[in-house]
Design a binder for this molecule. Structure first.
Ligand code: SIN
Ligand code: CO
Length: 388
């Protein structure tokens, strides 16, 4: 399958980022050089039956919404005949390389902001109901047709219908409506109400989902990390204490000093940056196991690359890097920090930029570089491309 690429005449990334990203919805009619649906419905149903894959089945009979969590038993699909239903499978890009290839054209957004690809498959009239998400999303119509309606901007105070599993809007005020055909794409910024209903059977939609950490999540997790480094003997001191007229007053100077104790610890920027690299590269789902049968070492890696081996990045692995003030590069892979000084920096950057790595002159790779690649293959973050 050829790589997915946008036709710049139909989707102008710079204009999109300027006018729409995080601002307002946009319908983009088939922006692809050549659209091809990357996944069969049967394959999706197969994934929904698996233990390690997050799947939901939403059905509706007489206006009553029902949600079932995966794994979905295979026999369940044959009982769906008369219902209106939709099957949703999370992180399909981690499982299916052709779906992972669909993410590549969206890399104008940094890796750490990209979440995963959810795939839905619905019967005629199927959908998840009017709702809003807290994240940006590109909804790509893969197969069949879907009517999308976009509505008002929502937030935490927006009224929802009472339901244990679904966050459906109590009121939906549509402002725009389009029927999407295969290859068409709808961008929805966080908070905008939307509702997609399948028009005819065999409606498959790919959601390229993004991530944006909540302030509460950042504070909570960063504080947890900071706490690990603090001992009980690190305390408030006041060797310059002056007698004060009213012993009941908590003085301004005391508050300044107390707040400084908190601020200087929490505002340690280099430590925060390293923590964030680890935090954001920590996988959300159980790893898709790409580990080889036998561990590989630096020498084995060198000879493999010298004979033309190509490396692939595991789509389930999260890669990111940081350039530190001192000029050092730190690579993060699946929540792990890997120091990449000097010549390793260039390799770290390539690993984050390319999902397929070909090395022309393997001799130019240092022993450290071969060791790093061997380690990443041994842990399953990279793998050798099959030659056939
Ligand atoms: C769907 O694919 O049916 C739902 C996607 C969404 O609304 O976020
Ligand atoms: Co949504």
């Amino acid at each position: 399958m050829p790589p997915y690429q946008f036709d710049p005449a139909r989707f102008d990334v710079a204009a999109f980022l300027r006018d729409h990203w995080q601002k307002k919805p946009l319908l983009i009619r088939n922006p692809w050089q050549a659209w091809e649906n990357p996944l069969e419905a049967d394959e999706l149903a197969g994934l929904a039956c698996e233990e390690d894959v997050e799947a939901r089945l939403i059905s509706r009979a007489r206006e009553a919404w029902k949600m079932e969590h995966g794994p979905i038993p295979e026999t369940r699909f044959s009982k769906l005949d008369k219902d209106t239903w939709t099957l949703l499978v999370q992180a399909v890009d981690h499982q299916v390389p052709q779906v992972a290839a669909l993410v590549a054209p969206f890399r104008f957004v940094p890796n750490w902001r990209i979440d995963d690809v959810m795939v839905s498959y619905a019967s005629d009239g199927g959908g998840v109901g009017p709702h809003f998400d807290n994240y940006d999303v590109f909804l790509i119509q893969g197969l069949g047709r879907r009517r999308w309606r976009i509505g008002q901007h929502c937030d935490d105070k927006t009224e929802l219908l009472p339901h244990d599993d679904l966050r459906l809007l109590a009121h939906f005020e549509p402002t725009d409506e389009w029927v999407l055909e295969p290859g068409d794409m709808l961008y929805v910024p966080p908070g905008f109400a939307h509702d997609g209903v399948a028009v005819g059977d065999e409606c498959m939609t790919y959601s390229i989902g993004f991530r944006a950490p909540a302030r509460s999540e950042l504070v909570a997790h960063w504080c947890d990390r900071v706490l690990e480094t603090l001992g009980d003997d690190d305390r408030y001191t006041d060797p310059d204490l002056q007698a004060q007229p009213n012993p009941g007053e908590i003085s301004d100077e005391a508050i300044t000093r107390l707040q400084q104790m908190v601020a200087e610890t929490l505002l340690n920027r280099p430590a925060f940056a390293r923590w964030f690299g680890e935090y954001t590269s920590t996988p959300k789902y159980p790893a898709v196991d790409w580990r080889p049968e036998e561990e590989i070492y630096a020498e084995g890696m060198r000879s493999a690359l010298e004979s033309g081996a190509v490396l692939l990045r595991n789509p389930a692995a999260r890669f990111a890097f940081l350039r530190e003030a001192e000029g050092d590069t730190v690579l993060f892979v699946n929540g792990r920090t890997i120091e990449c000084p000097g010549g390793l920096a260039q390799l770290a950057e390539r690993l984050c930029a390319e999902d397929r790595l070909e090395f022309d002159t393997a001799d130019a790779l240092s022993d450290d570089a071969c060791a790093l690649l061997a380690e990443l293959v041994s842990e399953g973050s990279l793998a050798f491309e099959d030659e056939d």
